[in-house]
Design a protein around this ligand. Structure first.
Ligand code: SAM
Length: 283
């Protein structure tokens, strides 16, 4: 069923996605919390724990928007630094200089919100226990910008990064919005080093009978209504819901990842497939 939504022609998709994310950028984080009941935080934690970030890592988070994944990657690297006795010997500057987490997004408004969040996180006043040195380094680096965090405006389908340059590639709630998914997957494969890992977190397909009906009602009726009430923007949230239904099913998407050249491709369903994490390696 298409629930009355019109099909979006391919040549209109990029423009429409641009308009949607420019419109939702300022409410984006709040809306994620409301629509998922806070669960998106746990799903993102799960993605980053699968990634196993390490000090000195070169990581690319595509469609990184407001920095949710990048901040988690850096927090994980930093807490590993603190726990590991050998790492205490390492000069602070060296650690900060080697690690690079690139946030690549096609939408300047989303990146602006992310940069702003990076600054807020840099304020020592809101430091959380165990994060104080991290926050301090961010402030020292100037206006909350951490040298290891790099914001890049760019397209998942034509990345500006060198071949074989990244240890990890993540894309969270992003690939669904890309016009040519196969091109984005080939680009992910190109920029990863041999042994590098691809991880994708995406809203996916629920097949469990009763749960599916509840989920359909929630997404087609409740989400656009919340979009209207909170963000005063029903259409953008209707588009988001519709784009979930168009996205390939778990097995089909896994095949697309294999076709892009990845090995050991697997996926994990969370909440009956409301969300799936797909993973592959460049060998
Ligand atoms: N990853 C973030 C998160 O999980 O909160 C943001 C996800 S948001 C739903 C989708 C993001 O994909 C938007 O910021 C949008 O600008 C970006 N996007 C859409 N098409 C893109 C493309 N072709 N290349 C890069 N980013 C894209």
């Amino acid at each position: 069923a298409n629930f009355g939504f019109r099909e979006v022609p391919e040549d209109e998709k990029a423009g429409m996605v641009g308009a949607v994310f420019s419109s939702v950028a300022s409410n984006y984080d709040l809306m994620n919390d409301i629509m998922s009941g806070g669960l998106h935080r746990l799903w993102k934690d799960r993605l980053v724990s699968e990634l196993q970030p390490f000090p000195g890592m070169q990581h690319l988070d595509v469609a990184g928007g407001t920095g949710d994944i990048a901040f988690r990657v850096l927090d994980t690297i930093y807490s590993k630094e603190q726990r590991s006795p050998q790492k205490k010997e390492v000069n602070e500057k060296e650690v900060v200089d080697e690690t690079r987490v690139y946030v690549c997004d096609i939408n300047a408004s989303m990146l602006d919100v992310g940069r702003q969040r990076a600054k807020t996180r840099g304020e020592p006043g809101i430091s959380v226990c165990g994060q104080i040195r991290f926050k301090f380094l961010m402030v020292k680096a100037g206006l909350g910008e951490l040298p290891s965090l790099v914001w890049v405006e760019g397209d998942a389908e034509a990345l500006t990064f060198a071949d074989d340059s990244m240890d990890g590639y993540t894309i969270a709630f992003g690939i669904r919005n890309v016009t040519h998914i196969d091109k984005a997957l080939r680009e992910a494969h190109r920029v990863l080093k041999r042994g590098g890992r691809f991880l994708c977190l995406e809203l996916s397909h629920v097949e469990t009978p009763i749960f599916k009906q509840i989920y359909d009602f929630y997404s087609f009726s409740v989400i656009p209504a919340i979009g209207q009430m909170v963000a005063k923007d029903r259409n953008s949230y209707q588009y988001l819901v519709e784009s979930i239904r168009r996205f390939p099913k778990q097995d089909d998407f896994a095949r697309m990842i294999i076709n892009a050249g990845f090995s050991n491709v697997q996926y994990e369903n969370l909440v009956q497939g409301v969300v799936a994490i797909h993973s592959g390696f460049k060998l």
